[in-house]
Ligand binder design. Structure first.
Ligand code: GDP
Ligand code: MG
Length: 301
């Protein structure tokens, strides 16, 4: 690409079933951690933008919560956020996990794309886990749907094949001025990123229903004269027994969550961070309008 090429810019939605690797791929495409990742499903709750520049093109990636059959209000809001990402996108990229390519959630998404008359790019992800002939078989099965062109096989984790996808997208986005400053990587305000960092530690360190029954909000953010930042956050849980788990014996668990989150925040913000975590029981936080606004989700969906 040369400077003579026109500038291009547009939205690329990364969609797929939970756990196929959308957030990992986004971080690799952007070259920075803008979306949290965990081995558990439904880690991503809201739509997250990650921004990358390739040649003359600015690619605005939309990481979405996984699309699945929602039951509770929080789940409905997450799936609605995912589909709104699709509606606004110039290009839709469907991610498939090479090791379980035919799961129900993915088939349902393909059906819905067909109904909407949308075409997309197919990414067969996690190729580091499967031999090549098996991958070709997966690609052949999706070719039958007739809505995916081209097909990329890559590993968002190792980065293998990611550049080919990026250059293809850069060439096919519509011509137009860039929407964001050149060095911007994400649209998340710092307070929300900070809350997400702590939430990632909850997903990594606690198990069963607890991560799903909790949310984190940044209450105060104070930049101090010595260049450090003081951040206070509240972790909301639904039951007193969950509060006890988050605190841990003698406060050891919350201390570990806080230490890891603080380390990550110091790397992200490139300054010293004083992080204070509080745990509050709020039985009905998943029905609470304010919590949704804090997460950037629509309450009414
Ligand atoms: P999402 O729910 O679609 O956003 O998926 P995540 O990005 O959170 O990843 C889910 C899990 O899959 C995590 O444990 C990742 O480390 C793992 N993962 C993601 N991409 C790859 C990949 O290319 N190869 C392998 N082996 N694992 C991956
Ligand atoms: Mg995710």
């Amino acid at each position: 690409m040369s400077d003579e090429d026109p500038r291009r810019c547009g939205y690329v939605a990364l969609i797929g079933a939970p756990n196929v690797g959308k957030s990992t791929l986004l971080n690799t495409l952007v070259g920075a951690k803008v979306s949290i990742v965990s081995p558990k499903v439904q880690t991503t709750r809201r739509r997250i933008l990650g921004i990358a520049v390739e040649g003359q093109a600015q690619l605005v990636f939309v990481d979405t919560p996984g699309i699945f059959e929602p039951k509770r209000r929080l789940e409905r809001a997450m799936v609605a956020a995912a589909w709104s990402g699709v509606e606004d996108a110039d290009i839709v990229v469907l991610l498939v996990d090479a090791t379980r390519p035919e799961d129900e959630a993915t088939r349902a998404i393909v059906q819905k794309l067909k109904q909407a008359g949308r075409k997309g790019v197919l990414v067969i992800n996690k190729i580091d886990l499967l031999p090549r002939p098996a991958l070709l078989e997966v690609a052949a099965r999706y070719a039958k749907d007739g809505i995916f062109d081209p097909v990329f096989m890559l590993s968002g984790l190792t980065g293998d094949g990611v550049h080919d996808l990026k250059t293809h997208l850069a060439r096919t986005l519509p011509e137009g001025p860039w929407l964001f400053p050149e060095d911007q990587l994400s649209d998340l305000p710092q307070r929300l990123i900070a809350a997400e960092v702590t939430r990632e530690q909850i997903f990594r360190q606690l198990h069963q229903e607890l991560p799903y029954n909790s949310t984190v909000e940044t209450e105060t953010w104070e930049e101090r004269a010595d260049g450090s930042v003081r951040i206070e956050q509240t972790i909301y849980v639904m039951r007193p027994s969950q509060k006890a788990i988050v605190l841990g014996e003698g406060g050891r668990q919350i201390k570990r969550i806080g230490e890891r989150a603080r380390g990550e925040l110091e790397r992200l913000l490139d300054c010293r961070v004083h992080l204070f975590l509080f745990v509050r029981v709020k039985e009905d936080w998943t029905e609470d309008r304010e919590r949704y606004e804090a997460m950037g989700l629509e309450y009414t969906s």
